[in-house]
Design a binder for this molecule. Structure first.
Ligand SMILES: [Zn+2]
Length: 197
């Protein structure tokens, strides 16, 4: 009986494996901030936590897909920008997306925005940002796509973009970014875009 169960187990494993699509695309999701670096903070709500929560949802969504999602951190740990870029480049990914939330002294400012830059992958990064922007059909306004000279955009050896998911200083954005449904909507939109790239 035990042998039969073992055989069934092996058969199930083989069936599962044969239905799991092989990974053809690697994307590093840079989970910003972490540890003592909280990023934007509003009361007890921190950018570092929201970035990790959305990134983990993205990774879950990718499990039975052709996209491999690698995170720069999977816990509340501080990782320097230098270590992040070294880690990202070592994975030789097809794309890199860094997740952030924004803040503003004017709490009426709301919405998400995308950044791209760098030199070697300038056009491909711009395309990545615009594809992501088109896919982000979420309940927050778009503030467009912009150029930036962020360290990771300049030091990552693949097309890369930054997504500022919304403003923690705005109460509607904050409610959306801290809700399961809001985070899932953002993760799903990003994932669909990455899958189609
Ligand atoms: Zn940030």
């Amino acid at each position: 009986m035990k042998t039969l169960l073992n055989l069934l187990g092996v058969a199930l494993l083989i069936i599962t494996l044969s239905f799991t699509p092989s990974k053809t695309k690697t994307v590093v999701i840079d989970v910003s901030h972490g540890g003592h670096d909280h990023g934007q903070q509003e009361h007890s709500i921190t950018e570092k936590d929201i970035a990790l929560q959305v990134a983990q949802k993205l990774q879950e969504l990718s499990q039975n897909s052709s996209v491999e999602i690698i995170l720069t951190r999977d816990s509340d740990a501080f990782v320097s920008l230098k270590d992040r870029s070294a880690f990202i480049n070592k994975q030789k990914p097809h794309y890199m997306l860094s997740l952030h939330t924004n803040g503003h002294t004017d709490n009426s400012v709301s919405g998400y925005e995308l950044f791209y830059g760098g030199e070697d992958y300038y056009e491909a990064s711009k395309k990545l940002a615009s594809n992501l922007s088109e896919s982000l059909d979420i309940d927050l306004p778009s503030r467009g796509i912009k150029q930036a000279g962020f360290y990771l955009l300049k030091n990552t050896t693949c097309p890369s973009a930054f997504l500022e998911m919304g403003f923690l200083s705005n109460s509607q954005d904050r409610d959306y970014l801290t809700s399961e449904s809001g985070q899932m909507a953002i993760a799903t939109a990003i994932f669909k875009s990455l899958e189609q790239l």
